[in-house]
Design a binder for this molecule. Structure first.
Ligand code: S3P
Length: 164
């Protein structure tokens, strides 16, 4: 029987991409990064898109949520803010099983490269504020919650154990 898609949600720097790629080696699912999809479709990088303003980017993100809901046999790593617009929730739920990768903010702050994350250009305080804002949305949407505060191997094992 075909497996349902897995949708990884969580803060920027929480490990969605690393975990998603590794998971796709362990499961018969291919990996799709929503930010890369948006870059490919729009022809602009995420920092370039943000220069035009956050709203146009968010609207492309909604288009991506809709388009990727039609995928099969995939692991989709979403951007950290893809859950903020309520209109996106129906698409994310339709896409598959939603997994919240929850990484403590202090660990994110230790290893993130701020220059690649336009929302964090004003420093890591923004990270804490964003986490406070988004935590309840991630929790509410998640079918499965995985705390990413261990090795990649252990985090993936605990994720796979929780799959239905
Ligand atoms: C964002 C997270 C980024 C990217 C954009 C906005 C956010 O994705 O979509 O910079 O609002 O948290 P990652 O979570 O993959 O870094």
């Amino acid at each position: 029987m075909a497996m349902s898609n897995l949708v990884l949600i969580g803060m920027t720097g929480s490990g969605k991409t690393t975990i998603g790629k590794e998971l796709s080696r362990r499961l018969p699912l291919s990996f799709i990064d929503m930010d890369e999809y948006i870059e490919a479709v729009s022809g602009f990088s995420i920092p370039e898109l943000f220069k035009k303003g956050e709203e146009p980017f968010r609207s492309l993100e909604t288009d991506a949520c809709k388009a990727l809901a039609a995928k099969k046999n995939s692991i989709i790593s979403t951007g950290g803010g893809a859950v903020v617009k309520e209109a996106n929730h129906q698409w994310l739920k339709k896409t598959g099983l939603i997994i919240w990768i929850d990484r403590p903010v202090r660990l994110i702050a230790d290893d993130i490269q701020i220059e690649h994350r336009p929302l964090l250009k004003d420093g890591t305080d923004v990270l804490c504020d964003l986490y406070k804002e988004r935590e309840k949305i991630y929790r509410q949407l998640a079918d499965i919650i995985v705390i990413n505060d261990r090795s990649l191997e252990e985090t993936i094992d605990s994720l796979i154990e929780q799959l239905p």
